[in-house]
Design a protein around this ligand. Structure first.
Ligand code: ADP
Ligand code: MG
Length: 697
């Protein structure tokens, strides 16, 4: 056990606000604690001498406790915690509600609580918590109606009500827990603390959670990464539907919303994200009870053709694949199975299969080196007893040490067999897709457990020069910078086309003369965000047309907005778009996770295709590489339709350099390089736009 030992394994618990009053929270906690807790329970309440037969002390200082459970009304709760701190109690669970969840008075009270906890170095759960449980010592310090059964999963939830519902169901299903925590308002301890704690806890095999938000995203990523190599973390994070709203916003600067941050952040943290409560428990059960497979290939053994096909579809839709059997396996099936069966995967051992045929087939399949795991699929028949089949399944799982899921289809007759399977940690589902989903969790976790996290590359950059460029935002009303800030990219080693910003037609001609071939000319104005929307970008201007082009650009800008501030015109070297691909690298700042990087196909495509991918910065080289590989249009970068592949290494490096830039400067609230043109020779940042908070500089 880790740093929170006192919280989960206290010897004496003081219940501040304990009472016998029927229907009260203080009573419910006392009832729960006196039932099973191995240690001492000390009621604290100046109004009583005794609570439920236990001697009651007037002050927490008299309790000599290591954990205080606080159930007094909100206006005295902070004082109660302070007294506990003064008395040398190391941990507290604040059940009392009426804090940050209620408005400004409550929010102030919660700040006070946090301060008191810091002053006394208290490990504090809550406030507004249902409480905590730990099964090894029988501690149920909650006011819920159910106690947890022992098990190896530790469970945290931001909703206390959800805990009561889960326990009610889990107890029926025979699903047990090591620790259970209702996080409440997370004034002190939050998900990162419990992930760390349970990662160090030999009695916790799987960490599961229901979260509505993660306050300190980066801290959570770092904490989870430390743990997920050995202990899987499976989470449901609600609030997914924001994704739809976010996806609908097609403006490049705002594409990165917080759902993307969660998706990226949880993935980077090595968390298995479940989309539903069912998926959460299916995955967690599998991870808690079954060995990790060596490979992702599934053998399906069935006595029924139809469900065999269903399972094949489900495997195809998951990250798993159907195993191809070795020659020896096929020969063995040939010998043992009737002619009308199917020796290829899914293996159809036919409706008249008895228990011996089932066992043999499973034995042969699991013995094949190409098979990582198996699904036993059965429909009821007159010649097969489900309990026998359950025993054979357990026996073969033990013999081969490979994960197995079961799909014994049916109603009444399934229950006793499912119990046998359940005791061996083999889940049984009616629906083959669900069984496959559970097996797939093993594959997902295996990938995570094998990950090696590398540190982000630290490039040699000119930070001072970058700061100077950012400083230029001072005095601007909208805090925005455009191509006049291209020096920022240069300072961070990102290549930009040759060019200059000029303020007269003749200066434009001179600048164009310095550039080989035709040029691109762009209006430079803080009031014009999307230059080409107003005809403010001219591509392929010949030297003799530069003078007129300058005047035309300025006129267009004036027509668009008569009082627009015009900083001049950028004269820029042409990049070869015909052989290149326009990509975008963007950054947005997420309130929870900090800088969020976006990569996708750039130019006009970014808004139409929404083919983008996200990572929380700073990113490692591997993460930046993954970004370039996982967009749908990645084949374009690899050179589709006879085109040369583009310099993907250059894109990867640019993503990393921008990651370093926004990590170095929290003042950069938003940044878009669109397009970053990638050709076979290299990459060039052709356009930039950013928003800077001068107060952060
Ligand atoms: P904005 O995004 O404000 O409209 P950009 O500078 O991104 O302005 O230019 C718009 C488009 O013009 C780019 O997506 C690209 O297709 C083209 N373009 C811009 N600069 C160049 C350049 N130097 N070489 C070739 N094409 C360019
Ligand atoms: Mg652009």
């Amino acid at each position: 056990m880790g740093e929170l030992a006192e919280l989960f394994a206290p010897e004496r618990i003081a219940v501040i606000g304990a009472t016998e009053r029927e229907g009260s929270v203080g009573r419910a906690i006392m009832d729960n604690l006196v039932t099973d807790f191995d240690g001492e329970v000390v009621p604290v309440n100046p109004n009583y001498n005794e609570v439920l037969g236990l001697p009651c002390v007037p002050e927490v200082a008299d309790a000599d406790a290591d954990l205080a459970v606080v159930v007094v009304p909100p206006h005295i709760a902070v004082d109660a915690v302070r007294e506990a701190g003064e008395a040398g109690v190391g941990s507290a669970v604040v059940i009392t509600a009426g804090f940050g969840e209620t408005g400004s008075e409550g929010a102030n009270r919660e700040r006070e609580l946090t301060d008191v906890a810091a002053e006394y170095d208290l490990d504090l759960v809550g406030p507004n918590s249902l409480g905590i449980m730990s099964t090894p010592n029988g501690m149920n310090a909650t006011f819920g109606p159910e106690n947890a059964e022992p098990g190896s999963m530790s469970f945290m939830s931001q909703s206390g009500a959800f805990i009561t519902a889960v326990l009610d169901w889990a107890n029926d299903e025979g699903i047990g827990f090591k620790d259970v925590v209702s996080l409440g308002n997370k004034a002190v301890l939050d998900e990162s603390d419990f992930v760390r704690e349970w990662g160090d806890d030999p009695d916790t095999d799987v960490v599961i959670g229901y979260l509505e938000g993660i306050e300190h995203g980066r801290e959570f990523i770092d904490a989870a990464r430390e743990v997920t190599g050995d202990t899987p973390i499976v989470l449901v994070k609600s609030g997914r539907t924001d994704a739809g709203a976010q996806a609908a916003s097609s403006h490049t600067g705002t594409i990165a919303g917080s759902e993307q941050a969660y998706e990226a952040g949880l993935d980077q943290a090595g968390v298995i994200r479940a989309e539903s409560v069912q998926e959460l428990f299916d995955a967690a059960q599998m991870l808690a009870n079954q060995p990790l497979p060596d490979g992702d290939d599934v053998a399906v053994i069935t006595n029924a053709g139809g469900p065999g096909v269903m399972s094949t579809d489900a495997v195809g839709e998951s990250g798993l694949s159907m195993a191809s059997f070795s020659e020896e396996t096929l020969a063995a099936f040939e010998e043992k199975l009737p002619e009308e069966g199917n020796i290829y995967n899914p293996v159809d051992i036919v409706g008249d299969a008895d228990i011996d045929r089932f066992r043999d087939a499973l034995d042969v399949a699991l013995g094949d080196g190409n098979v990582g795991m198996a699904l036993v699929l059965s429909c009821p028949t007159a010649v097969l007893d489900y309990e026998d089949l359950a025993e054979a399944t357990v026996e073969m799982r033990e013999k081969h040490g490979k994960p197995v899921a079961a799909c014994f289809m049916g109603g009444e007759r399934v229950a006793p067999a499912a119990e046998i399977l359940g005791e061996a940690g083999i889940p049984n589902y009616f629906d083959p897709a669900r069984a496959v989903g559970a097996l797939d969790a093993l594959r997902r976790y295996r990938g995570i457990s094998e990950r090696e996290y590398e540190a982000p590359t630290a490039f040699d950059v000119d930070r001072e020069r970058a700061r100077e460029v950012l400083e230029s935002v001072r005095g601007r009303d909208d805090n925005r910078l455009g191509v006049e800030a291209m020096g920022l990219l240069d300072a961070y080693g990102i290549e930009t086309p040759a060019g200059a910003i000029v303020d007269s037609p003749t200066a434009a001609e001179e600048a164009a003369a310095d550039v080989d071939g035709d040029v691109v000319m762009k209006i430079v104005s803080p009031d014009i965000l999307h230059k080409s929307d107003i005809g403010g970008v001219k591509v392929g201007v010949a030297d003799e047309d530069v003078y007129d082009a300058y005047e035309d650009l300025v006129t267009r800008a004036r027509n668009y907005q008569p009082d627009a501030t015009i900083l001049g015109v950028q004269v820029q070297e042409m990049v070869d778009l015909d052989s290149g691909v326009e990509t975008i690298v963007g950054v947005n700042r997420d309130p929870q996770f900090g800088p969020l990087l976006m990569f996708g196909l750039g130019g006009i495509f970014v808004e139409i295709l929404e083919d983008t991918t996200f990572r929380v910065a700073p990113v490692s080289e591997r993460e930046a590489t993954e970004m370039t590989e996982e967009i749908k249009t990645a084949p374009l970068l690899r050179g589709a339709r006879g085109r040369d592949p583009v310099d993907r290494g250059g894109i990867v490096e640019t993503i990393q350099r921008l990651s370093q830039l926004v990590t170095d400067f929290p003042a950069i609230l938003e940044l878009d390089v669109n397009p970053l043109v990638a050709t076979s020779d290299g990459v060039k940042a052709v356009d930039v736009r950013l928003t800077v908070d001068p107060d952060e500089l």
